[in-house]
Design a binder for this molecule. Structure first.
Ligand SMILES: Nc1nc2c(ncn2[C@@H]2O[C@H](COP(=O)(O)OP(=O)(O)O)[C@@H](O)[C@H]2O)c(=O)[nH]1
Ligand SMILES: [Mg+2]
Length: 441
């Protein structure tokens, strides 16, 4: 059960498990200071325990010394959770850390649930919902692009986009409420048309931000499949791009069966490369399985390269039912290589010729996917639904039916956006409405 009361003092290791130079145990809650004082004795006599000051001392469980460590107390509200937070920075020994954790638990803390420190930061209003999500995304980021995205969200990138949309929506709602409450003062037909235009404009901006491919790219990276007939040089290209002899290369056709994967970074974006079995008719049972896996990899990849050796009379372009692919002519270093047709790239994995063109193609693909101010599928789903609700509101206003019908959709759009940052739309709405009218009226 999630504890929304925040009454307990929670404790957990803040550093990853395993041996390390240091290990940190973090506490948050009313008893943080009391527990810290019980387990930690600073060097030197006085112990005023100033906030945000690091003390060197010893950690004990009451009977035995556990470790020499540094301790810091961050008094509320100047802490991550806005509660009193204490940190014990000890040596990163799993055994000592377990003893230290047991010692603080024995003095009244309870083990923190996953994400509970961040939950408290949110509940106490230090960060909004989208920022809380970004903390997790930052920790999990597997590329510069993902980390940049999470950081900008942590700095309020998503929140500020959503706030802008909410502001425009709130302004619409305010004039709508005015039209409903004071119909005699407003020309209805005019208001309906204006409201519809406003709704459509916000819906357009929301829809533009719904770029699932961009979100997927930031979260998971780009999938690139290397396909083509046997012996085209797929495995050699994989190795050259990875700068590592990862896949087995031989002149024997059908060497690769299992998919061999490796990661590179292009412009800070994680790119998963998949080297696959050569595609051709095969009587070999194992190779046939490899071929069907290759086809599956090509179908689900974001970008597919079709490699073919121009010197090989049997080399063929991709079959008709194959997903769209960029064609690479391989082994450009061999003499008598035919000139590759327009639109394809000549490479030599052996000399490195043309490899930067391959990276350029990947880069162009990443650019084409674009970016979005939103950071997760959850945000996209909510923005998409809000855009739909706004379109319905616009249709209702255009149809000239009573304004209340459109108002229902506008309110649901506001609710959906509020779920992104976790704010309550109604309070914002009340604020705006009351600030427009004088109190006595
Ligand atoms: N000269 C030359 N030979 C290459 C090049 N790339 C691959 N090969 C050779 O072509 C054969 C098949 O390569 P491989 O990467 O295993 O092809 P795959 O079956 O498509 O994975 C091997 O003997 C490689 O050494 C290249 O750029 N230049
Ligand atoms: Mg191969």
């Amino acid at each position: 059960m999630t504890d929304f009361t925040m009454r307990d003092t929670i404790a957990a290791p803040a550093t990853a498990p395993g041996q390390a130079g240091i290990g940190i145990i973090r506490l948050s809650g009313d008893k943080a200071e009391e527990i810290l004082r019980a387990v930690f004795t600073p060097r030197g006599a006085s112990f005023p325990l100033e906030s945000h000051r690091l003390y060197l001392g010893t950690l004990s469980d009451g009977e035995d010394m556990i470790d020499e460590c540094m301790a810091v107390l961050m008094r509320a509200p100047r802490s991550y959770t806005r509660q009193d937070v204490a940190e014990l920075q000890m040596h990163g020994s799993p055994r000592a850390m377990k003893r230290a954790l047991d010692a603080v638990l024995a003095r009244g803390a309870r083990p923190a649930e996953a994400g509970e420190f961040t939950l408290r930061a949110f509940l106490n209003g230090r960060i909004d919902l989208s920022q809380a999500e970004s903390v997790m995304q930052l920790i999990r980021a597997n590329s510069d692009r993902a980390a940049r995205k999470a950081l900008s969200q942590l700095n309020g990138g998503v929140s500020s986009f959503v706030a802008q949309m909410q502001e425009r929506l709130t302004a619409l709602l305010a004039s709508l409420e005015a039209a409903i409450d004071y119909p005699e003062e407003v020309d209805d037909a005019m208001t309906g048309r204006e409201l519809a235009e406003g709704c459509r404009a916000i819906a357009r901006d929301l829809s533009a931000a719904v770029n699932e491919r961009a979100a997927r790219l930031s979260e998971k990276g780009l999938e690139v499949a290397l396909c083509g007939p046997p012996n085209a040089g797929k495995s050699t290209l994989l190795n050259a791009l990875l700068r590592e002899e990862k896949a087995i290369v031989t002149p024997i056709p059908g060497t690769t069966r299992d998919i061999v994967a490796g990661d590179i970074y292009v412009d800070g974006c994680l790119v998963h490369l998949y080297d696959t079995a050569g595609l051709h008719e095969s009587g070999d049972q194992v190779e046939a399985i490899g071929i069907s896996r290759a086809l599956a990899a090509a179908r689900q990849a974001d970008l597919v390269f079709w490699l073919m050796d121009g010197n090989d009379p049997a080399a063929a372009p991709p079959p008709d039912d194959f997903p769209p692919a960029a064609v690479l002519y391989t082994k450009g270093d061999l003499p008598g290589h035919p000139v590759p047709p327009e639109g394809s790239v000549l490479i030599s994995a052996q000399t490195g010729e043309g490899l930067d063109r391959v990276t350029d193609l990947i880069r162009a693909h990443i650019r084409a996917v674009g970016e979005t101010p939103l950071a997760s599928r959850r945000h996209m789903a909510l923005c998409g639904q809000a855009a739909e609700a706004l379109t319905k509101a616009a249709e209702a206003f255009e149809a000239g039916i009573p304004l209340e019908f459109g108002a229902v959709y506008l309110h649901s759009a506001a609710e959906l956006l509020a779920q992104i940052t976790g704010t309550r739309a109604d309070e914002a709405l009340l604020d705006q409405i009351f600030s427009r009218f004088c109190v006595g009226k």
